[in-house]
Each structure stands twice: as C-alpha cells, then as structure tokens.
Write a protein that binds this ligand. Structure first.
Ligand code: FAD
Ligand code: DHB
Length: 397
C-alpha cells in the first residue's frame, strides 16, 4: 500500500490540475497530483489552441510564459464569415487593448509539467484515482491504483481537475446539484496540416454546406475544422474531400486556401454540460470535471484555468488567514463566468453552424445577426469582449 500525505490532493494533470499545482506552490501550499494517463499521452493530446488574455496573464504571473511568449502568436482580431462575406472584429480597438494568443494546450501543459517536476513536485502518471472518501471531514482521502498496487492520498482538500469522464463529478452527492445538458446535432472534424496558414487571424464561417474554422499553430502548421454529422466517421473524409469542403466553406472573393499534408484527423462531439455546484465539503471541482462548452469560441481550457484562479484564492485565504469565506463562495464566484461562457459558446455555435435548411427561418435569423454585426460597433464589441474573455473584476457581484 502506497501512502501519500499533502495539503491539496489533485486528480488530473490537464491544464486545470497543472495550473493549480504550480500556483499553490508559489504560495507555499503543498500539492500532489494523480494522473491516469502517461506523460507522453497527456503531452501529445491535440486539443485547444486559443489562449485568452486572462489565461496569458495568469501564466505570466506564475513566471511560466517564457515559451508561450516566444512561440505563441498574438492575434488582435478575428474574421467572421457568412455566405462568403467576411467581416473583421478588431479586439484591441474594441476592448481597450485585450488580445488572444494562439498556443497549443498541450504546450501549456508541457511547460507547467516541466516546471512542476523540475522543482521536485509530486506527480504520479499512469495512476488511476478510484474513490474519493471522507470529504465531509477535515481529512479527505483519494484512493488510487498504480502499477497494480493500491494507494491512499490523504489531504486537507481534494481538487477534482479530472475532466468530463473523471470521478470528481460522480462523487458529488446527487442531491447537491442540478445538471444541465445539451447535445448539438453536429460534430467537428478537426485536422492538423503541415501547411502555412492561409490567414493572419482565425476565420469562423457559416456556409450552406456547414460551419468551418481556420485556426493555426505556427507559421508552418494549420489547424482547421469542418462541421460534420454526429454519426460521421473520419474514414468517410479523405484528405481531398476535407480540403475541398474547407475551400468552399471558408471562401471569400479574392482569397485562396493553401493545402498541405494532413498529419492528424479527429472528430469532436459538441455539447454543453453544467452543474450548479462545484463543491461538497472538502471536495472542489474545476474545469471539464464540472462543465463542457461547445468548442466554438475556444472557451474550454480558458474556463478551466479561470476556475482555478478562484480555487487558489480560496485555498490561500484558508491557509494564510484561516478563513473559509472564499471556499463558501467558490461555486458562485466561478459560476458567473461559466454561465457567461456557456451563453457565448452557444451563441457562436448557433450563429455559425448549419442547423436547418439554407433559407429557413433559423437561417434568416442567423443572417440577420450577421448583417447587424456588420453595421453595429456595439454588437462587434459584445463579440470581441466575450471572445478575448472578460476581466475577473467584471464578475464581482
Ligand atoms: P482535461 O484536460 O480533460 O484533464 C483532465 C485530466 O484528468 C486528464 O489528463 C485525465 O487523464 C485525468 N483523469 C481523468 N480521470 C482520472 C482518474 N480517475 N484518475 C486520475 N486522472 C484522471 N477546447 C477549446 O477551447 N478548443 C478546442 O478546440 C477544444 N478541442 C477539444 C478536443 C477534444 C477531443 C476534447 C476532449 C476537448 C477539447 N476542448 C477544446 C476542451 C479543452 O481541451 C478542455 O476544456 C480542457 O482540456 C479542460 O482542461 P481540464 O484540465 O479541466 O481537463
Ligand atoms: C481553436 C479551437 C477552437 O475551438 C476555437 O474556437 C478557436 C481555435 C484551435 O484549436 O486553434
């Protein structure tokens, strides 16, 4: 039997778990992390790439932004396209200088994991948390399995940063929260391609064939997505078919999409999931463990890291001043931003995806929104400030 003791026991070494561990260490609070997958798997997982201003500021405050500053690409705007007509939303001008940075989620996780391990942080890969017990007492415990051996991580608090399929949410007492679920009737087929991006800033596009997004990772790597049916298989999508759909859906007069070798393909379902309580006793949830947003707008990882900010504030108040006030307000402090992001992600999803026949009432409403944003600085500002992420101060009461 392995026995570990720490102050904060963290399940999950994704962005939320790794930001939490590094941030707590900065405040002199001990933590230990348990991660189901191998280090190679976690660091190789291609996921989000859009880093909001708040996330960037947090990584800077932690002193862990050196590589992102060097390799990340700052974007001061985004293109929104509808039926081949493209509009630019300038972030800085509309939001008082806030921007986004393109830098892969797995690169952030790599930087945070390196920093944590370099200074001797405790992190157990390929270790499954199986049970969380005694979280209604002052000494909760995480039971785990590592290499066939059982273990117990004994701590003051459990931070479940274990994603949508983790055990954190399943452990919350059923009566302590209400959940909300929406499954969208479409998915994203995402590709990574070794080709120079055909755009300087991201393009979100509605087209009668469906949604498309042009993102990127570097000067030589593009990341693109197309809307597909929920029951689609990547096998039905040859490279030629993908490029041909992307060219059509992202088209605007005088612009051409560069094609290149596709090095990765995957399908992501689209759902919204929420619970309205993130804490029970000494068990606290952060990130995908508590909420999922559809990816349109790139909020998932940023929300996960925003939850952690509130969690760190609560733990610091507890350990430095023995106050439980911020533990008590953790759920509400985090929920205000989460609901805002749920609404924005839902809005972006509905604006740019094909939901009904081209020309239908739903289509006409989508087009009316787009026509309005073309002429309204106020509407553009609403989109810009949500897209770059509202400052933490905006959600204080
Ligand atoms: P995760 O990154 O999921 O980390 C949770 C960790 O917990 C995992 O490493 C997991 O292995 C570990 N774990 C789970 N169960 C256990 C257990 N029992 N014991 C120990 N460890 C456990 N967001 C965007 O904004 N844009 C995108 O393009 C985008 N694409 C995505 C594509 C996919 C396929 C997925 C799944 C998500 C995508 N997201 C995207 C969402 C974004 O990546 C997540 O919001 C983000 O990863 C949340 O971070 P997290 O730390 O909360 O959870
Ligand atoms: C990316 C993903 C998103 O969901 C998004 O809205 C923007 C960019 C990306 O993977 O780069």
């Amino acid at each position: 039997m392995i026995h570990i003791k720490t102050q904060v026991g963290i399940i999950g070494a994704g962005p939320s778990g790794m930001v939490l561990a590094n941030w707590l260490r900065k405040h002199g609070i001990d933590a230990a992390i348990i991660e189901l997958r191998s280090r190679e798997y976690v660091e190789g997982r291609v996921r989000a790439g859009l880093v909001e201003q708040n996330t960037k500021d947090i990584l800077k405050e932690l002193g862990l932004d050196a590589r992102m500053k060097k390799e990340g690409i700052v974007h001061d705007g985004v293109y929104l396209s509808f039926d081949e007509e493209r509009v630019h939303i300038p972030f800085g001008e509309l939001t008082g200088g806030r921007t986004i940075t393109i830098y892969g989620q797995q690169e952030i996780t790599k930087d945070l994991t390196d920093a944590w391990l370099q200074e001797g942080g405790e992190l157990h890969f390929e270790t499954r948390a199986t049970k969380i017990v005694d979280f209604d007492t002052k000494r909760p415990k995480i039971h785990f399995e590592k290499d066939g051996e059982e273990g117990i991580l004994e701590c003051d608090f459990v931070a479940a940063c274990d994603g949508f399929h983790g055990i954190g949410r399943k452990t919350l007492p059923k009566k302590s929260f209400q959940s909300y679920d929406i499954t969208y009737p479409f998915s994203w087929l995402g590709i990574l391609a070794n080709v120079e991006p055909s755009t300087d800033e991201l393009i979100y596009a509605y087209h009668e064939n469906g949604f498309a997004l042009h993102s990127l990772r570097s000067e030589t790597v593009s990341r693109l997505y197309v809307q597909v049916d929920n029951d689609e298989s990547v096998d039905n999508w040859s490279d030629d078919r993908i490029w041909s759909e992307l060219s059509k859906r992202l088209a605007t007069p005088g612009w051409e999409l560069k094609e290149g070798p596709i090095v990765e393909k995957g399908i992501t379902p689209m759902r919204s999931h929420m619970i309205d309580s993130l804490r029970s006793g000494r068990l606290l949830l952060a990130g995908d463990a508590a909420h999922i947003v559809p990816p349109t707008g790139g909020k998932g990882m940023n929300l996960a890291i925003a939850d952690v900010k509130h969690m760190v504030d609560a733990f610091v108040a507890y350990y430095k001043t023995n106050s439980e006030t911020l533990l008590d307000t953790y759920t509400n402090d985090a929920l205000r931003r989460i609901w805002r992001a749920q609404d924005f992600s839902n809005f972006m999803t509905k604006l740019f995806h094909k939901q009904d026949a081209h020309g239908s009432f739903t289509y006409r409403l989508q087009k009316a929104k787009f026509d309005y944003l073309k002429v309204s600085r106020a509407y553009k500002t609403t989109i810009a400030e949500n897209y770059v992420g509202l400052p933490f101060e905006s959600f204080k009461n």
